[in-house]
Design a protein around this ligand. Sequence first.
Ligand SMILES: Nc1ncnc2c1ncn2[C@@H]1O[C@H](COP(=O)(O)OP(=O)(O)OP(=O)(O)O)[C@@H](O)[C@H]1O
Length: 258
Amino acid sequence: MIELDEVGRTFTVSRRTGVLRRERRVVHAVRDLSFTVAAGEFVGYLGPNGAGKSTTIKMLTGILTPSVGRVRVAGLDPSRRRTALARRIGVVFGQRTTLWWDLPLKDSFQLIRHLYKVDREAFHRRLDELCEVLELGAFLATPVRQLSLGQRMRGDIAAALLHDPAVLVLDEPTIGLDVVSKAAVRGFLRGLNAERGTTVLLTTHDLGDIERLCRRVMLIDHGTLAFDGTVEDLMATAPGETSIEEVVTRLYTRAAPS
Ligand SMILES: Nc1ncnc2c1ncn2[C@@H]1O[C@H](COP(=O)(O)OP(=O)(O)OP(=O)(O)O)[C@@H](O)[C@H]1O
């Protein structure tokens, strides 16, 4: 469902070093990154700040084009087939909303139905299901700006799934949520993957998300894949450690590649 083959992405940044002088520097946000995610997998994508996670997600969703290498999502090249891909992928950014701030939640959903050209009957069926499992009923008529963070996040997740995508990419979906809201979001995502077979790629700094949801974990560091395996394999990289926080801290603090 997701394929990356020797993908690299660089950015050129320039900074002023004198009155008339600028220094240009190439940042390798992602380099030589290869992995595949099969249909129905639930994969955690971990890495320290600046490791290259968002850059990867932006390439998967077609926002950024790779500098080198090949990306395929649902068989499509994301940067060339963004419209076709939009029908197959759902994306949730925990730090931003895709909903219309001043509109009631249900109006945002209607706009999304039109944008994605979702058939009216299929839309209402899907919305009813999502309202039930995400418990949206009580605030469907509330403007998004009046929603609590937990309510807004459940609204954003529903919005990403109204067109029933095969792949869901989540960027920190539980950030800032209290324990009850976190448990609700996690329970929903687990059910979505188990019951509908939706492929999920989850980026998070919350290792509780990883422990509770992901069978497989990929860890990116300095733009390259530093680990790919099960949570048990991850724990086995630091024998004697019992907490995932400690194991991940060890991996994050390893020497940077030259
Ligand atoms: N538009 C850009 N221009 C220049 N450098 C960039 C740009 N976007 C990302 N970078 C650099 O690429 C590297 C990877 O950034 P990226 O945002 O992908 O990391 P991340 O793993 O998502 O980090 P975080 O966990 O902090 O969100 C960083 O060194 C960052 O400064």
